[in-house]
Design a protein around this ligand. Structure first.
Ligand code: ATP
Length: 325
């Protein structure tokens, strides 16, 4: 294989640039060229690709976002759109494709691969960590650290004013960011979509907490079954009307910023391995990590199966709830 295409697709995540750098450098080092395609599948359809050189990827390992840009492409969901995209890949001479993205991006890659017999490799890039077949996705560690930093700051003011804070974090329909940032920030409650939210019990727990300390922090996953932080505040408003209840929605700050060392190392390993695998003739797989080791799973299972946060971690949040002395 002498030339491959590379896209970042779906939501951006910190570490994507470190991964682009690793793909480009490790491919060029073994005589394979990389066409960097702008704005994911949309740029592929519109013919916005360019041969990448070393200087394109210098000084980017520390940058959040993606230098290639990313987009959500409706047109790529159509056979006509994918035909245009494939024609451009052919024109550029790409014999394979590396896709950094989430399960939607992998679904698109899988369909393209089946329709045109194109070897594709997926690299998990999403802050949500919701992909089956890898312990970590690119950007997740940075997102948790951003959330923890923000929650620490909220706790300072909550404590000063004796407030209850519902802090909403991202994660779409997965609770990984909420659970892990909640544990790291010492939250009193963590509400995630994978576990039914009992509003009555929540109210009682908050009241118990407040007997022991000045503030209560409840981390809410944006996709929780009882709604986001505003919805939950509304559910409890009547029962907690004697308290000062506030909402903070962390939002897009969780997607940006410098990637952590963990994410840079992960991204670099996954990018290197994706090139190595593609050049060895492997295809239809996602490169991930299992513990300290690199692992590979079929794109099909990465798309179809779901990753869930650990029950053990949920149990520990409950056990560590504040009680009065
Ligand atoms: P994130 O988890 O950050 O949202 P993602 O990769 O899951 O990332 P999506 O918006 O679901 O993000 O998918 C990215 C793009 O992949 C879509 O905009 C679309 O172009 C393509 N795609 C997704 N699903 C399909 C599909 N069923 N058929 C063809 N293309 C698809």
């Amino acid at each position: 294989m002498k030339r491959v295409g590379l896209i970042t697709s779906g939501g951006d995540s910190p570490g994507m640039n470190a991964c682009i750098r690793a793909v480009v450098k490790s491919a060029i080092a073994v005589g394979c060229e990389v066409v960097g395609i702008e704005d994911g599948y949309q740029g592929m359809i519109e013919g916005r690709g360019k041969l990448m050189v070393y200087s394109d990827v210098t000084n980017i390992i520390q940058m959040g976002g993606t230098i290639l840009g990313t987009a959500r492409s409706k047109e790529f969901r159509t056979a006509e759109g994918r035909k245009k995209a494939h024609a451009n890949l052919k024109e550029w001479g790409c014999e394979g494709l590396i896709v950094i993205g989430g399960d939607g991006s992998f679904t698109g890659a899988q369909i393209l691969s089946e329709e045109f017999n194109l070897p594709v490799i997926g690299i998990p890039g999403t802050i949500d960590n919701d992909l089956y077949g890898t312990d970590h996705t690119i950007g997740y560690d940075t997102a948790i650290n951003t959330a923890v930093d923000a929650i620490d700051k909220i706790r300072d003011t909550a404590n000063s004013h004796r407030r209850i804070f519902f802090v909403e974090v991202m994660g779409r329909d997965a609770g990984f960011i909420a659970l892990n940032s909640g544990i790291a920030a010492g939250a009193d409650e963590v509400l995630i979509p994978e576990e039914w939210t009992d509003i009555k019990a929540l109210v009682e727990n908050v009241k118990t907490c407040l007997k022991g300390k000045r503030s209560t922090i409840i981390v809410v996953a944006e996709g929780d079954d009882a709604g986001g932080a505003n919805d939950i505040r509304n559910h409890v408003a009547k029962d907690l009307e004697d308290y000062d209840v506030r909402v903070a929605i962390l939002g897009h700050i969780q997607r940006g910023g410098k990637p952590t060392a963990f994410d840079r190392i992960l991204s670099t390993r996954l990018g290197y391995e994706a090139v190595d695998s593609l050049l060895k003739g492997e295809k239809g797989i996602m490169i991930g990590v299992n513990g300290e080791n690199i692992c590979k799973v079929s794109l099909e299972s990465a798309i179809k199966m779901h990753a869930s946060p650990s029950q053990e971690k949920m149990a520990l949040v409950k056990r560590l709830r504040t009680q009065s002395d």
